[in-house]
Design a binder for this molecule. Structure first.
Ligand SMILES: Nc1ncnc2c1ncn2[C@@H]1O[C@H](COP(=O)(O)OP(=O)(O)O)[C@@H](O)[C@H]1O
Ligand SMILES: [Mg+2]
Length: 440
């Protein structure tokens, strides 16, 4: 606090998550400027933020820029650069990075590796087996029976998992994976028992020694209302997720987060960044890990960070510099946040780009925050530039209020073909009220 010369931060990525990270960093009294590589229309128009047109895979170029421009903190958004070793490359130049090394990112980049880690750590997760041979994989599915879950091992942009309700479906998924549908990512598959229950996301910050959860969130992955239709990158989210009670969060900390970090350390991995646990809460109320991710979730970040009162840069620096244990308890706003994703017509299939977006200022005049995802600045307009276009986010005293405010803001925004779900939060609103914050 109070230093005359602020810290410059670098955010890697170009989605709604990265706009949210840049926006939250700039709320800190210590941050003077944020540069996004490559950024989007939102980060191009955010005051004290600018975009730099470098490739996310140009680690040398990024390191040179960060050194010359005295970047004090680099935050990496997406999994692909983490899995490709961006953190290792920047750390070798003496830069301070929030995000795990390539070795740590395996927890997301290889589902087989993650499963093995969970088994070693004693973390509750579905029973599974790993195969590199189609006929053995088919024999195993037949022995297990349907429903069963087939997962490509490597990064598949959210398209590598089939929840097969019949053996025929399972076999088709195996044939597609071994046939090269996901490239090398699918030449190894994890076959996993089907778990029933409710999904929730717990993002935790860690410095490799200490791990602390953020507020729990839930998202809506399907394109259609009532959670129907094709899978997407996420059509909306809300936090805190009432399904994760404070008692359950304590179990998640003890049974999942702490063992994961301890076992990573046992493997010689100094993991500093987000550990994101994708959970299935069974009907008995037990948390099981569906997957780990090695970065902030999108759109979960859009609802978790607006509720955070602790300066984000201080928290991320404490992780990057391995002093999380002595960091003060996280401070959260009371109430809830909701995010409604406005998408291009046709998404997650084919869609057109380049349509001007109107009404963002009017939407923000309601008090909502319009996070940009697939947008681009094309002066004087901001135009659509991707499938998920905007994450219209609002905070309220209750989840119902947050949702109503987010929709009131959506109503003020127009672009050709705009599509959004009208039922974000329906699972919770059916059940009742928002529980108090439970993260530490
Ligand atoms: N064992 C399982 N039982 C039931 N559903 C599952 C299981 N594993 C995954 N799923 C479903 O498939 C989705 C995607 O699986 P996940 O492992 O999260 O892979 P990714 O996010 O990399 O596509 C999950 O969000 C969940 O809905
Ligand atoms: Mg997932």
């Amino acid at each position: 606090m109070g230093s005359a010369v602020g810290v410059k931060a670098l955010v890697i990525g170009n989605g709604g998550r990265e706009h949210t990270l840049a926006w939250k960093l700039l709320q800190s009294p210590h941050i003077s400027e944020v540069v996004c590589i490559p950024g989007n229309g939102g980060t191009a128009t955010l005051p004290r933020c600018r975009n730099l047109a470098l490739s996310m895979s140009d680690f040398e170029g990024i390191a040179r820029f960060a050194l010359v421009n005295n970047i004090g903190l680099t935050v990496v958004g997406p999994e692909a650069p983490l899995a490709a070793g961006i953190t290792d490359a920047l750390q070798q130049q003496g830069l301070t990075v929030f995000g795990p090394t390539q070795a740590g990112a395996q927890i997301e980049a290889s589902k087989a590796w993650a499963k093995d880690l969970m088994q070693e750590a004693g973390i509750p997760t579905a029973k599974a087996a790993v195969f590199t041979d189609l006929s053995q994989a088919i024999a195993y599915t037949k022995a297990q029976g349907a429903p069963i879950v087939i997962k490509a091992d490597g990064l598949a942009a959210g398209k590598g998992v089939t929840v097969a309700t019949t053996l025929e479906e399972a076999q088709a998924a195996l044939e597609a994976a071994f046939g090269g549908q996901f490239g090398e990512a699918g030449k190894r598959v994890v076959i996993e028992a089907y778990l029933m229950g409710e999904e929730a996301s717990v993002l935790a910050v860690t410095d490799g020694l200490t791990i602390r959860p953020l507020l729990p969130a839930q998202d809506h992955k399907r394109i259609g209302e009532g959670d129907t239709g094709a899978n997407t990158g996420g059509m909306g989210a809300y936090a805190p997720a009432p399904v994760v009670t404070s008692a359950l969060m304590e179990r998640i900390q003890r049974e999942i987060l702490e063992p994961a970090i301890a076992t990573l350390r046992k493997r010689g991995i100094d993991y500093r960044g987000i550990l994101y646990a994708g959970l299935m809460i069974t009907p008995q109320g037990d948390p099981n890990v569906i997957e780990f991710n090695c970065r902030f979730g999108d759109p979960e970040t859009q609802v978790v960070l607006p509720l955070l009162d602790t300066p984000l840069d201080s928290l991320l620096l404490a992780c990057a510099q391995q002093r999380l244990e002595s960091f003060p308890p996280l401070e959260w706003k009371a109430g809830a946040a909701a995010c409604v994703v406005m998408a291009s017509g046709g998404y997650p299939g084919d869609f057109q780009k380049g349509f001007p977006i109107r009404g963002i200022e009017a939407a923000e005049a309601t008090g909502a925050i319009v996070f940009h995802a697939g947008t681009r600045l094309k002066p004087p307009d901001v135009v659509t530039d991707g499938g998920r276009v905007l994450g219209v986010t609002a905070v309220g005293e209750s989840l119902q209020e947050a949702i109503d405010r987010a929709y009131a803001a959506c109503d003020r925004i127009q672009f050709e073909g705009a599509y959004y779900r009208r039922d974000i939060g329906h699972r919770v609103l059916k059940v009742g009220n928002v529980s108090p914050p439970v993260a530490g």
